[in-house]
Structure formats: structure tokens, C-alpha cells
Design a protein around this ligand. Sequence first.
Ligand SMILES: [Zn+2]
Length: 670
Amino acid sequence: MLSKMRIVIIFTVFCILLPVSLIVGNDLNQNNADNVVAAFKKSSEEDLFKAQEMFKKLEEYEGPKTVESVLVPLNELLVVIDRGENLAHLYQMAHPNAEIRSLGEEYEQEFSKLGTKIQLSRPIYDAISAIDTTILDYKTKRFVAKLLKDFRRSGVDKSPEVRQKVQELEEELIKIGQEFSKNIREDVRYIELNSVTELDGLPEDYIKVHQPDPNGKIKISTDYPDYIPFMNYAKSDERRYELYQKNRNRGNPQNQEVLQKLLEKRYEFAKLLDYENYAVYVTEDKMIKNPVAADEFIKKVAQVAKDRARKDYQVLLKRLKMDEPDASKVGLWQSYYLSNLVKQESFEFDSKVLRQYFPYEKVKKGLLALTSQMYGVTYNKVNIPVWHSSVDVYEVWDGEELIGRFYLDMHPRENKYKHAMLTYMKTGISEKQIPEAILLCNFPGGDESPGLMEHGQVGTFFHEFGHLLHFIFGGDQPWIKISGISTEWDFVETPSTLFEEWIWDADILKTFAVNENGETIPDELIGKMNRARKFGLGLDVVQQMYYSAVSLNFYNREPHSFDQLDMVKSLQTEYTPFEYVDDTYLHLSFGHLYGYSAIYYTYKWSEVIAKDFFSVFKQKGLMNPSLAQEYRKLVLEPGGSKNANILVRDFLGRDFSFTAFANWLNKDDI
Ligand SMILES: [Zn+2]
């Protein structure tokens, strides 16, 4: 997941100047909460003040309109806002200090507000429009075109009344979105087990860290490291049902009104700008162009996966009947558990056996070594003050040149963001600042446990790291709006999804998947794992298409014209063979409804392209350094300086096609 995607309508800006380590100074080292709060306040206030001054100066500028007089100061202004906004966002999501988290929320609103103001500034829009673009290089031309488009999409050419209203709506939307996300993030629920026997089926290391408390109870939370293994392996159907229900009750009821408000305000926003609804607005600047095409795409993928999904479901049902002869259907809380059983029994594959080969530290080391070899870069661990002691910091060197820095905040803790995402502090600007990225994840480890990861979590790590490298390699651009991952949103998941493929390759896995006895993952296990991979794929794809349909259908109509719960229920049965589970509220904890609004489809769209890209790597070698370099140069390095369909054509030598994806889905030997 991507943090920057959280806000659709504000300026998508990025940053310059001081690294965050200087912004927060050594105060964090002193472990003095007051100082930390004061330092954060000071740096944010200074940036806000500075940005306001720069904004004022730009608005009042009356001289000749040139790159130097308009674009350069505007770029610098966007950089300051981006720096402030991203730091505030990070702290809101991950800082251990409650006061800082809440200050982060406030400052994010302040910076966003200013971003909106700029985008609605008629004098600045007119100044950019007056620049003679005929003599500009293609990157600067693209920066100008992007700026003008974003200004127009914010309503800068509308009446002052409409502009005023747009600004108010944008500010409200930030607050509503923050509330929606916070209600999900802070709502951790638990089930209480009465004895260790209710942990039957779970791996030993899990049982070891889930021993009864003094009252004899074992708490299992909805946080991923607790939730995922439990849903995969716990034998107790009743307890899995209970935990599933708890998880799908997060955000309920507190997000009911918040979500309704979110949909209403976005609809109002779209209407003000003369769009039919918010889905039309948000798809306009994507590869897909409009919600009708998005709907067709979702249906097409679901159709391709349908037969396979039906077969998968029947296999699960057959397996369930072995334990419960009267069962007539499979429930959602049973699907992962049964799927694992089938894999164990039919494919002789037990995913639990894999975990021993994926202790967090080894996976991290392996991932760094692999990418270093592929792209010819080196990583250098550095010690600088950070927001939490578990955060690792690395510099990225390309030969003699420092090209980026990243922060790994990888383990769960209270009040931290619950999923996995890339976020950042600074977007790269050529010759001015290197890109600085952060991964916020929730993997095992970082405590006394051996930190054994599920194979799926290793996939998530690779996925997020794919984003991170895109952000860093794409970070050598002169203008903020074409730097990093500022490509079309429905292309942005391509590099990350592509990189997930690496964790299925035997040669690659053997470079790092080693257990504590020093044994490397055996070939036989990798073979079984790959054969079992295809099982359940049909169900996974239709489930993803179900989420995509929820996301699109919440936004492609008037928000009072439907009942949200009815919609998620009916789409569930339209897209998947599973029935909706009573007393669950998927939409109230579906964070993407804020961050991605109508366009959850982007994951699958990007994946279709990724499968096409992967066919090239498969043919020429996953660790082929010249191919990796070519890919880096043609796809990652351009950042947002070219249209995504051009990047695709540059790499493939043609437009992308659906074939690789459909073959992968429906043929067992691919
Ligand atoms: Zn992603």
C-alpha cells in the first residue's frame, strides 16, 4: 500500500532541504518527551511559516513569467509543504508519543490546507500559464502540464464562490479521512481463549508467546501477527469465526457516519467541479480514464477467474465435509484454514513448515543482498536519531554516489499503523536532496520471538520494497511533481507487484531462506510450495475483484442512493461464492475507501502489467543484471517524467496485454 495515495484531491507534492534527523535533532536521543514535542512543533511551525511567506511572494509576483521566476520558487514551496506534511503524516501513523501523533494530525491538516490554497490560487495558475513552454525541455514541459492539470482539477478556473467551497470541502475531507483511518487503526479487538488447547493447530513459536495470563486467559488480537496465523491454522472453527467477526467489526459503529460523510463530501466536491460523480473525477487522470472502463476491467478479470474460483470452492467444501459431513457451504472464516489443509493433504505442502526459513532478520538481509546485486547498489546502515528504537536506517549508494536513504519500521506496537505501506519524508530533487523513504510494516520480530514470517509476509516485504526502490531510483528528477513514484496511480503497483514474484523462485529463496539450524530451504519444499500456489488462486482473485467492486460502486453514484451494508453484501455474492457473514461490516474498516476511494482496481490493473513484465524476466533471468539495469533505466528511473503507457512500451517493445495474466491464472504449469 502507498501512503501518498491517501489523499486524492490535495496537491500531491513532495519535499527539499533538511533530512528529518536534523529536523527532530538529538532530542529523541535524550528520550525527553517534552523536548521531542517541542522540536516537532518548532520544525513544523517554521516550515508552515516559511511556506506561507513563499506562497505570498509567488502570488504577488508581477514580473516576467519564466522558469526561474515562477517554476523554481513554486517547486521549492511544494518541497517545503511536502516535507512538513509527510513528517506530520509519519508521526501521526507511527510515533510512540500520543501528543506527537495528535500534533501530527493537526499539522497534516495545516499543510494540506496550504496545498489546497496554492492549487486554488488564480494568480499562480495564470503565472504558470503565461510561461513560454515551446522552448522548455520535456521534463519541464511535463511539470508545467501536470501543474496546470492539477490546478484545473482543483477548480482554479471556477468562480470565487466555487473555489471557496472547494477549499472548505478539501479541508473537511482531510479531517473526515483522518477520523476514518484513526477509527480503524485504534480499534484493536480481542478474543479470549480459555486454554492452550484452543491454540491447537498453531505453530509452536506462536503458542510460546501466547501463554495464559494470570487469570488463565489467552488474548488473541486482530493485529496481523496474531490474526493471520490464527485464521490460517487454528483448528477451532468456533474461535476462528469469533475472531473473524471481531476483525470485521472494527470501525463499527464509529465509522458508519464518518463513511457516509466521506462519500457525501466527495460527491459534492465532484459535482462542484462538473463531474458526474467522484469515480469519474478520480479515474480521469489514470491509465484507465473512466469508471465505465474500470467496471469493465473488474468484470473481465472476475470472469476470467470465475471457473477457477468455483472449482477452488468445491474443493474447500469437499474438505470441510470430511470434518462436518452435513456442511453445505464454506464460510469466509474457514477459507484460509481449509485452503491450508488442502495444500497440506493434496499437495503435501504445509505452509507452517516454511516459516522456520523466514526469520525476519534473515529475510531482510537476503532482500538487501538480492536487490544490491540486481541493481548494482550498496546499502550502508547508519545510526541516526529516529522516532522509535526499533527503526533501522540505511543509505543507498550507487558507486560513489549517495542516491537515497530509507527507514525500516517493521514491527507492530500499540497505536502504530496496522498494515504495510511505503511512506516518505522527502522526494528526491536532482542535485538538491536525495529521496528518503519509510516502510511501515507489522511483521513478527523485534522482540524476544525468533520473528518467523509467513511466506505471504515475505511477499509483502518484497512488495513494499519494490515501491521503495521505485521511489528511490525515480528520485533523480528536477521537479517534485515528476519525481519518485509520481506515475499514474494505476501503474504505481506494477513494480511492487512484479517484485513479489521473486519469492517463488528456488535459486533466489535459497540465497536467504535458512533456518536456525543453518539448513537451507529444500528444493522439494519449494517445488511443493509452487504447485500449491495455484490452489485457491481463483478465490483470491474474485475476492480482490469484490473489493474493487465495493470501492468503485461506493463512489460511482449518488451517496444516498444505496445502503452501504446491502451493497457490500450483494457484491459479495455477485463476485464470490462466499456468503456474507452476519454481523460483519467490511466497509467500516476498509481503509482504502478513504485512501484509494473508487480505485482499488488499480492493484489488479498493475498486476496485469506486472505479469507481462515478469514474462520477460522469466525468459531472460530474474537475476540477470543487465535486464535489471534496463528495467531500472526504462521503467523506474523516469519516475513520473513520462506517461506510464510509454514506460510499458519502452520496456516491452509493445503495449501490455492480458495474455500473461490469463495464462498464469488458468494454466497450472506457468
Ligand atoms: Zn503496494
